[in-house]
Design a protein around this ligand. Sequence first.
Ligand SMILES: [Zn+2]
Length: 301
Amino acid sequence: MNILEFIKEFPDEISCKAHFKVQREHEGVVCKKCKCSKHYWLKAKWQWQCSNCNFRTTLRSGTMMEHSNMTFHKWYLAMLFMSFSKKGMSALELQRQLNHSRYESIWFMMQKIRKTMGKRDNMYTLEGAVEFDEGYFEKATSEKVKLKRGRGSQRQANVAVMAESTPLEDIETGKTSNHCRYFKMKVLTTHQGKEIEDTIEKNIDEKSIIFSDKSTSYIDIAKYVETHIMVKSTKETTKTTLKWVHIAISNAKRTLLGMYHKIKGKYLQLYLDEFCYKLNRRYFGNKLFDRLTLALAKSYW
Ligand SMILES: [Zn+2]
């Protein structure tokens, strides 16, 4: 979807609502009360009625849009702008573009869209050969002290970065290279083995092979996957075995810090979710907007 197609297809509130109804039915409307997925559409009320218990579901309820006073048109425009911008868009800029009076409601809506992106990617696990490493992102701080760098610093957020990286061999030259597919980034609150293992268990398929550098916190990773290969961290491994995680970490830092300067620790995951969502769909082009509306149309109860 480009801007001209958007203007044509979504000129007003009603066109957005009608589209959202279709997207929700595609994702499957689930009854909050009895979890039944069979519904009738009450045309005059713009609501679904559960065929089992008669409970009614509005267009927004159960989705990330629930409790929002923003129009569907503004939600759609926000998703359009967010899917356009490779590097992300500030809430202030979106507020200007939508000519909306309250900054907070725009900011809140964007965070909900980021949350939706994260939830979508949480539905999938990485598989095959997976690179694992940790990245350190600077957090916003109110203290006027110089930022301390290095592992475990209080002012840095520790992020687990995972990348599917399939080795490919060129048939003619015999040279091998790694082809990357999907990425995941998860903020860690500790640097302890247990949290890292939980993260691996949740995000990586148990039949995978994990490559990481040598660290005492990684010792038990092998319990959760088929094989765990630890390599000594050198300049060479950052270009080969752990190439994609390193590229992803530096791109994420550049994108996030360039756009938002510094992000509060508690919001970092949401910005990483947006970054990974777009990175994982980097070949989608104009289809990204459509996919995002589908993700938003999912029931989360
Ligand atoms: Zn029901």
